[in-house]
Design a protein around this ligand. Structure first.
Ligand code: RB5
Length: 145
């Protein structure tokens, strides 16, 4: 199960991403918003909670730039959120950072690219090895600051 959420800026993009991922066989849990103006940190919190609880394996967050969502999500312990606007980043943030949330900007990239990035992100596995040591160092920072 994949958690997804957006603020009012990301509603159209989120609908299309849900459609594209559903067509590929993914199941999604949509945490809103459906269109109501809202504050993006609340959506970030809801999606990250599903990922941290294990109910969802990964999450996708969309706001105008993707920046607010990524800042908010990365404040939550256990979350590694990556703002992506290109396919190399969407792939390598899984391979090297084991990112569990991908953020995108509805006002900065097109819907077709967003659907493609979501699919790359969800279908790429973490490489482990030396990268696990670096993830552990990130967790140390999280636990000691
Ligand atoms: C909402 O207008 C906008 O500020 C939000 O979607 C996002 O871009 C924040 O980072």
């Amino acid at each position: 199960m994949i958690a997804i959420g957006c603020d009012h800026a990301g509603v159209e993009m989120k609908k299309e991403v849900i459609k594209a991922l559903t067509d590929k066989g993914y199941e999604l849990k949509d945490m809103g918003t459906d269109g109501e103006p809202c504050d993006y940190p609340n959506m970030a919190k809801a999606v990250c909670a599903l990922v941290n609880s294990g109910e969802c394996e990964k999450g996708i967050l969309i706001c105008g730039t993707g920046i607010g969502m990524s800042i908010a999500a990365n404040k939550i312990k256990g979350i590694r959120a990556a703002l992506c606007s290109d396919s190399f980043s969407a792939k390598y943030t899984r391979l090297h950072n084991d990112a569990n949330i991908m953020c995108m900007g509805a006002r900065t990239i097109g819907i077709g690219l967003a659907c493609e990035l979501a699919e790359i992100f969800l279908s790429t596995d973490f490489e482990g090895g030396r990268h696990q040591r670096r993830i552990n160092l990130i967790a140390d920072i999280e636990n000691n600051n």
